[in-house]
Design a protein. Structure first.
Length: 290
């Protein structure tokens, strides 16, 4: 039986298939994307479909995605978990600047609280570790915010297994990691095993390979992974994208994918992946792709 939920920190349950908000902003995560009313409708539909984990970030837009979440969903329904991120500043499309100084992390977190209209952020993720600031200072700042009640749990984004081990020695507040991981990109498998061992959630970004795993059966002849997904999808009367997401849900109970989209049709398709059941032969073929 595939578990439908995961308990963050052992006490905050979420549906494992969530929704990510990056695609609600423009190219390069910069500026708005289309009419804000469409984004608001999409967020509300995700929650109507049972999503209880919304993953966003202060630099999506910047600030746009968080504001849309609040506009669409505040006052938040019971059981809805809002996860956001800080520690990265954007100055243009795809222009990243890592910023992990304690005073900046505090300012970012407090700005997110205001935009999201929250007193406490359920899961506040350090978007990147700043190589120019000691890890102890960065996590110390988040721990201080946690003691003040502004953060409930801490997440880490794009870390190694070794960094996670070091971080857990500095704070007991870590509940999740978020690394790139999907059917054909499993470089973070050691990190996933560490999450399983310690009861941490693993939120894979690019769970659909940035769209490369959603190829239709007619177009799937050019690559082994898309061909296998397409073959299994055709046999099961579904889509390759759903197969790729279903594989994540079957592969590890710690995996909590939050695929993002600005398309209502793609939202429905993604969320329907939770109903796909893969048998041992399907999993063997998909596992072999890694």
């Amino acid at each position: 039986m595939i578990p439908e939920t995961f308990e963050l920190a052992g006490r905050l349950p979420v549906r494992r298939l969530g929704y990510g908000t990056a695609q609600l902003t423009g190219p390069g995560y910069w500026g708005p994307r289309g009419d804000a009313r469409d984004a608001v409708g999409l967020l509300r539909r995700a929650v109507e479909r049972g999503v209880t984990l919304i993953d966003t970030a202060d630099n999506y837009g910047p600030s746009i995605a968080e504001a849309l979440v609040a506009e669409a969903l505040y006052p938040y329904p019971p059981g809805l978990v809002i996860a956001t991120k800080g520690g990265v500043v954007r100055t243009g499309p795809d222009a990243w600047h890592i910023e992990g100084r304690p005073e900046r992390l505090r300012a970012m977190c407090e700005a997110s609280l205001r935009r999201l209209r929250l007193d406490t952020i359920d899961l506040y993720q350090l978007h990147r570790l700043d190589p120019d600031v000691p890890m102890a200072e960065q996590l110390g700042a988040l721990d201080e915010l946690r003691r003040e009640g502004k953060i409930r749990h801490i997440g880490l984004d794009t870390v190694t297994a070794e960094q996670l081990t070091a971080a857990r020695q500095l704070t007991d507040g870590i509940a999740s990691v978020q690394n790139r991981y999907n059917l054909t990109d499993r470089a973070s498998e050691p990190l996933l095993k560490l999450c399983e061992a310690h009861g941490l959630a693993f939120l894979p970004w690019f769970p659909l390979g940035n769209g490369s795993l959603t190829t239709s059966p007619k177009a799937a002849g050019r690559a082994t992974a898309t061909r296998v997904c397409a073959d299994i999808a055709a046999a099961r009367g579904t889509s390759p994208g759903r197969i790729a997401l279903a594989w994540l849900l079957h592969h590890s109970p710690a995996l909590c994918p939050t695929p993002g989209t600005s398309s209502p049709a793609h939202l429905e398709e993604n969320l329907d992946a939770a109903t796909v059941r893969l048998d041992a032969d399907d999993m063997s073929r998909l596992d072999a792709l890694g």
